[in-house]
Write a new protein. Sequence first.
Lengths: 318, 288
Amino acid sequence: MSNYILDFEAPLKVIDEKIDMLRLTGTKTGENVSSNIKKLEAKLEQKKADIYSKLSRWDRVQLARHPNRPHSLDYIRMISEDFFELHGDRYFAEDPSVVCGLMTMEDKPYMVIAQQKGRTTKENLYRNFGMSRPEGYRKALRIMKLAEKFNVPILTLIDTMGAYPGLGAEERGQAEAIARNLFEMPLLEVPIINLVIGEGASGGALGIGVGDRLFCQENTWFSVISPEGCASILYRDSSRAFEAADAMKVTAADLMEMGIADKIIPEPNYGAHYDSDGAAKVVKETLIKEFQYLLNMDKEELLRQRFVKYERIGSWKE
Amino acid sequence: MVEWFRRSTDKIKTISKKDTAEGIWVKCPRCTQVIYSEELKKNQYVCSGCSHHFRITSQQYFNMLLDDPKNILEIGKNIESVDPLKFNAVSKYSDQLKAAKEKTGYNDAIRTVVGEIGGYKTAIGIMDFSFIGGSMGSVVGEKISRLVSYAISNKTPLIIVSASGGARMQEGSYSLMQMAKTSAMVAKFSKEKGLFISILTDPTTGGTTASFAMLGDIILAEPNALIGFAGARVIKQTIGQDLPEGFQRAEFLLDKGFVDSIVHRSDLKNTLIKIFKFFKYHPDHLVT
Ligand SMILES: [Zn+2]
């Protein structure tokens, strides 16, 4: 059982505590409790399966932010043999909320552009809670151009609440930095896979989120604004975020239905927060397979299909 | 992107037909001078006292820029939103759409046409802030996409006049993806060596700024127009301090290096013609 319990997991905690108590009793009294423990463990498993089979949108949002969920650098460590980080946008500064570098996976080269959150307060301050400044987007573009030059495919990992809303960020052209990436990414002559590993909100996520495929892990969300942001605008009350999550339809399954996501990557054993190795394994397998497919495509055809993908997105009548 | 909702209740109002009816006086929100509305119209909705540029409708803007506002080919005129998420929070998006259509007489927050500016055939889109805060959803994205396609096929210059609070939250990630869609189209146009002039008017914020609006080969702005990505209120909350005077205004962006020039409305049309001529576009009176 994880040491961090979400509201919807409360019933699991109750059973888990019962098991602990029973064990303690067994040790103290020498009584044989193993059959009772087994029963409870079966009950726990049943309950867990039950809860995880009907997660609400808001549950998914919480799972996407679960502290035990792997972050970008965790995934990079788990799926690659080697990673060498490259820093700086060459104009103004280094932005540690975006990690870029050379990754080797099954002996093949990939360029990684990844939004990185922290776990401790210190880490989070260093990573700016995964909210990028213009320098982050400009560094990402610089590294993506490098990838294109040497014909290396690009993997972007999306995990952000949005671009950083700061004074300096505005002064240095946050909007321009994001827009520039949206302009350049469709033209890059190498395969690009965008993978949502946690949360993805607004232009801040999209700024590294344009490519040939958008994959979402099972317990992730991606939308135009965070449910909290939406709720604070609509209801002037961010605590009604669960309603906003429903209204905006923010989950991976929703994105599949809208034709925006291309694939949901399943998370075995109830999610990446329980089984990060399992999650990473599926991610790796999926990426290798899809990159192989994209790398075999003719460049012109790759770009043509990429444009068609974006030209088609939307819903209207005429 | 989030600020249109609040701004739509601002005291700074778009001049509507009612306000500009004969005999109505308008108070300038900036210098409080009272202006006769016919006078304001003649002056392209700019205050003669302080040069405040009033927010105007797409039609008023078309009238200002086009040689003959009636000699146009409207692109995607009948495209309408279908409320894809059946969005219902506080109010129904479908009701909001209905009200906005009734209020403005338009189908959505942009009108895209082919018309002539100084004899130059031009693909031009103009946004309406009065239509749900000029927000960009699927319809705005599709109309811009088609407008750019026209400009590519017909080798005309492209102009987009922005007046927008950003992406349209009521369409969720559909609206987010319109940023990618419109930017990809601008990229395609640029690769074909097309000229894109982006004109930023009050206000241009959020996902609109962070996509096509910031991608002009030349970016012009109206004086004092609010232009930015994040909303001032959010930034203030985040950094916990007051924002400098003139923050996110056109002059601030010029100073920081993000617009090419601030152009007064009375000079705008001539400026565009000058740029077309400089880049050797050919006047073509045939709008087809
Ligand atoms: Zn005035």
